[in-house]
Design a binder for this molecule. Sequence first.
Ligand code: ADP
Ligand code: MG
Length: 346
Amino acid sequence: MSEQNTPHTDIGTLGEFGLIDRIASHFTPTQNETTKGIGDDAAVMDYGGQPIVVTTDLLLEGIHFDLMYHPLKHLGYKAIIVNLSDVCAMNAVPKHVTVSLGISNRFSVEAIDELYEGVRIACEAYGVDLVGGDTTSSPSGLMISVTAIGSAPKEKITYRHGAKSGDILCVTGDLGAAYLGLQILEREKQVFLANPDMQPELSEKKYLVGRQLKPEARLEAINHFEKSGLVPTSMIDLSDGLASDLMHLCKASGTGAFVEEAQVPIHDEARLQAMEFKLDPITCALSGGEDYELLFTVDPSDLDKVRFMNSVYIIGEMTSEADGINLHTTGGQIHPITAQGWKHFE
Ligand code: ADP
Ligand code: MG
């Protein structure tokens, strides 16, 4: 059937970001309404009036979640949140979602009810309407695809590009906890598989496990910005990890950056857990994904607006591109920060 000479390049050679760049290179927006196409947390379209932002994320069983430790209600909640987070990353307010499902006959009606209970709770908590979706059978496993739509005045929309050398780098919450929560769940799964009579001991790990299973989108930060008249110069949400997502901000903005290790917020439980796993807490903060905090930059003249903002941490500064992206360690050294993001295709 297949042609002998058809070239076959492993997707792994490009990686996720290389593949997206390759796809994007084949499409040039032609519509006047397209303000921003591929390449940010959400696309921006302006039909006159207030622009809208649109983003979509796909969650696959076995890749993004494991039903052995992701309760369906939490999963429904998380599927909505990860999309709302991308809307917030544009400094926009989420308004609508669609939810599409691929379900195998392994799932009962009650299981789907559970999933949608989580969807409903998230929609209610964030004031978002579920306005559609699609339902199809899948040969095995569960697939959830969510699209979120939001809006913001044109002058408030914040892109990954827009940071300048000298801008202050901020984050809305502590980092690394969701990754460590996942490591705990994986460990307990292995214990359970080896001995099904063993019940997981998670009560002391509530914070970390909660950060993995029930993330939140930082809509309150967007509301704070609005109240204090602050428009960040650039923003991204932390889904892949600080290192990888900071690299996206820098690449889009044509800047470098430095991060002060001592200023990176790491929860006490995350610090302890990292040490228990013999991991460096700062490595978990830099490379662990799924914290869904917002990473943003502000002009130095706006410093006072962020300095006293609840749950905003100043962690570094943007620099010129030639300076690269560096970590200033607590020991006084300067380490280049490298990041590939998560290598889905390896
Ligand atoms: P995020 O982590 O914020 O969800 P991604 O890294 O998934 O962002 O995507 C970055 C950009 O690439 C977004 O603009 C997204 O819409 C676009 N993108 C991702 N995958 C595809 C694809 N298969 N086709 C077209 N655009 C894509
Ligand atoms: Mg994002």
